[in-house]
Design a binder for this molecule. Structure first.
Ligand code: PEP
Ligand code: MN
Length: 390
């Protein structure tokens, strides 16, 4: 399934050379000097074409610096005049939109806290009015792909077709190295659902600290993302917001120069070798599915046999033995214990379900997350009805 969205390709409306789109600038516009100095340095870095700065800052708690407001837009306009960089700012309500458009801001972006609210997205779209204005949509704070796609679809249905998604990571209850967990599978799924949509990475808000930024950008580019929006400050340690994750213009220059830009396609010999390997994978996958289907048929046959002989499905000894053997086999073939455990668990659950269907019981299995294979099964688990064997 793909989402029904119609996008104008990035390079049709943004006159930049081929290569990743780099949007850089401070988390917040703080004063005219900071904006002018940062923009002047960024304009000298090859590949930087758009200047970002937060004018109205969404802060978690009141009382902290909430942005300089409308007067900052004048500094941005001056920076554009002097450097030729295009401008982008975050808009969170119709008032912001009017101010930004009055100052001719080139690209608007909707932040993570706003994207979660369909009413707000609708109001912002209506306030922008002109569907030729480019809009970037960050992912919502929580790992919710549907809401992200929904906001993109909503704007697209309102006529906006110059759209860009920005992956800024997700709040996550577990402690992690990252300020916002990257959960790469979500932007990858977004790319699958909306193949024409350009997706940028925001390494600053994903990482929350400078050290993790280069690896995060490289990973995003290796996953075929189309560029980045990164926070850059002329004196990062003095920044009024997000100082741990801002880098200097010089650091950005070095970082961009060290990135490896891989091609999406290669020379003919590479392509034909890739094609051969891919068709081998296709063949193996087809065999794998056929084998799984055959295995399930046999499991059902066993179910019929147990039913005819009034034998229960519970066969814990067999299951324990099977798990140990399979995992050891798999490890000797170079597969990881974690992968084997997950795979066998899924196969086993499907087998149990098939046998339950054969037995005609109404009972359904618990959701998979409640059901864990423990290789070193303890005796009390022998009485747990979820530990059923084929
Ligand atoms: C920002 O880019 O400055 C910002 C506030 O980001 P987010 O909406 O991703 O938190
Ligand atoms: Mn920020």
């Amino acid at each position: 399934m793909t989402a029904d969205i119609h996008i104008t390709p990035l390079h049709d409306w943004l006159s930049i050379p081929p290569g990743p789109l780099v949007i850089a600038g401070p988390c917040s516009a703080e004063n005219e000097r900071q904006v002018m100095e940062t923009a002047a340095k960024l304009a000298l870095i090859p590949g930087v074409h758009v200047f970002r700065a937060g004018i109205w800052k969404p802060r978690t708690r009141p009382g902290s610096f909430e942005g300089v407001g409308t007067r900052g837009l004048k500094w941005l306009c001056k920076a554009r005049e002097e450097t030729g960089l295009m401008l982008t700012v975050e808009v969170a309500n119709p008032g912001h939109v009017r101010e930004a458009l009055d100052h001719g801001i080139d690209i608007l972006w909707i932040g993570a806290r706003t994207v979660v609210n369909p009413f707000a997205v609708q109001e912002i779209g209506e306030a922008i009015g002109n569907p030729d204005i480019p809009v970037m949509i960050k992912n919502p704070l929580n790992p919710d792909l549907k809401t992200w796609v929904g906001a993109i679809e909503r704007l697209n249905r309102m006529g906006f077709h110059k759209l860009i998604a920005i992956h800024r990571g997700f709040s996550f209850f577990n402690r992690s190295l990252y300020r916002n967990a990257p959960m790469w599978e979500i932007p990858i799924e977004l790319k699958r659902l909306c193949p024409a949509l350009p997706v940028l990475v925001d390494p600053s808000h994903i990482c929350g600290n400078r050290e993790l930024i280069p690896g995060t950008i490289q990973k995003a580019l290796d996953l075929e993302m189309h560029g980045l929006m990164i926070e850059v400050h002329h004196h990062p340690s003095k920044a009024l917001t997000d100082k741990n994750q801002q880098i200097s213009p010089d650091a950005l220059k070095t970082m961009l120069a060290s990135l490896i830009i891989r091609n999406e396609s290669g020379p003919p010999e590479f392509e034909s070798k890739l094609e051969a390997l891919r068709s081998e994978i296709d063949k193996l996958d087809a065999e794998l599915l056929e084998i799984l289907a055959r295995r399930m048929n046999i499991v059902e046959e066993i179910g019929e046999y147990k039913k005819a002989n009034r034998i229960t499905i519970l066969q814990i000894r067999r299951w324990n033995q099977l798990i140990h053997e399979r995992i050891e086999n798999g490890i000797s073939l170079g597969l990881s214990r974690e992968f084997l455990t997950r795979l066998l668990q899924a196969v086993h659950e499907e087998g149990i379900q098939r046998q339950l269907n054969v037995m005609n019981t109404e009972e359904k299995l618990q959701p998979p997350s409640h059901f864990k294979i423990d290789e070193h099964t303890k005796s009390d688990q022998d009485h747990d009805p979820r530990n059923q064997g084929e």
